[in-house]
Design a protein around this ligand. Structure first.
Ligand code: UT7
Length: 335
């Protein structure tokens, strides 16, 4: 599915992020599983990650990011008419995490729903909100990517538990009035035939939780890391090229690439294929690990707030995750 430049444009007018207070370092992990700081840093680029408190749900983190984005945009909660939350770690199966966020932030006039596209969730949700805006169905939308991965990783599996962290990022999207082209082009893709390489088996309708499958640890993430790695590099590169072409731009026009933060080796491989120096790639996985749907808005938030991303800059967002799903969006920054 794809969209290209429209007569109307939608621009990002506010960004916000939140990570929980508790920091879990590689050294901390080495005390509980058979791993070490050197392996984690060299194979993934991660040094530490933030872990939510037991009573801190996805909606709590999302609400904090939402309030920060509202403040950044100078918007009131009641002005938001659409809230799309991307997450694979909802507070519970129902109601949606978006409805919980609504109640916690006073978005009283918003239509609220969640979408599930794992690490590509933010790009999918942004695409949905963009389409609501350009069709006139929404005037001011909020998009949140949030995940509490600490609730679904197997803390006994060194192959996955070292990779993930918790966090939330939010943006406000509205019809543009200035010079910026806003969201210029987005491409999203899926391949469900490869669902088994990154999955959580138990806890849904296919395999409701039982004492037996909990004993077998089937409620946690399972990943065939090597296979996922190869698909991630190829798919993120190809969809970036496709989306840049749709936007009528080339690599050299892009001021900043904001990629999904899963593994620094994946990010450097994509940057190389895109002929983009790492100085123009926003990374923060060293401090946060892979926060799934939150990686892109968290990275975007940091790069906007510290002045790296400036008015008029062309920015490429690109993600890959379970499903398989992958997506990219080309944006011209500014309101
Ligand atoms: O966000 C959604 C998408 N997710 C991703 O994109 C993740 C993609 N995959 C990856 O990032 C990488 O495949 C991993 C970081 C998960 C694994 O890195 P790898 O270089 O593919 O390592 P490997 O799985 O081939 O394992 C190499 C060795 C193995 O030991 P042997 O068999 O060579 O003796 C593993 O058992 O490293 C071992 N190993 C570890 N050693 C220390 C695996 N995990 C660890 C660990 N600490 N945490």
């Amino acid at each position: 599915m794809a969209n290209s430049i429209s007569q109307n444009n939608a621009v990002i007018t506010g960004v916000g992020g939140w990570v929980p207070e508790k920091v879990l370092t590689n050294e901390d992990l080495a005390k509980t599983v058979d791993t070490n700081d050197e392996w984690i840093r060299t194979r993934t680029g991660i040094s530490e990650r933030h872990i939510a408190a037991p009573d801190e749900a996805s909606s709590d983190m999302a609400a904090k990011a939402a309030l920060a984005a509202l403040e950044d945009a100078g918007s009131k909660p009641e002005e938001i008419d659409l809230l799309v939350v991307a997450t694979i770690t909802p507070d519970s199966a129902m109601p949606s995490t978006a409805c919980h966020v609504q109640a916690k932030t006073g978005l009283v006039n918003a239509t609220c729903f969640d979408i599930s596209a794992a690490c590509t969730g933010f790009v999918y949700a942004l695409d949905i909100a963009h389409k609501y805006i350009i069709t006139g169905a929404s005037k001011k939308a909020m998009v949140i990517g949030v995940d509490k991965m600490s609730a679904v990783v197997d803390w006994q599996d060194r192959g996955t538990c070292v990779l993930f962290g918790d966090g939330a990022g939010a943006i406000i999207l509205e019809a543009g009035s200035g010079e910026s082209r806003g969201i210029i082009a987005t491409t999203t893709k899926s391949d469900g035939r490869l669902s088994s390489i990154l999955r959580i088996e138990a806890g849904g309708s296919a395999m409701p939780l039982t004492a037996e499958n909990i004993g077998e640890r089937r409620q946690y993430i399972k990943m065939e890391g090597n296979i996922v790695f190869k698909h991630a590099v190829r798919s993120m590169y190809e969809i970036s090229e496709e989306t840049l072409e749709k936007a009528g731009l080339t690599h050299s026009d892009i001021a900043w690439v904001v990629p999904h933060q899963a593994n620094m080796r994946i990010i450097t491989a994509i940057a190389e294929k895109l002929e983009t120096p790492m100085e123009r790639v926003v990374t923060n996985l060293e401090r946060y690990g892979n926060t799934t749907a939150a990686t892109i808005p968290l990275a975007l938030n940091e790069a906007v707030k510290d002045g790296r991303i400036k008015e008029g800059d062309y920015v490429l967002l690109v993600a890959f995750g379970a499903g398989l799903t992958w997506g990219a969006s080309v944006i011209q920054w500014g309101g």
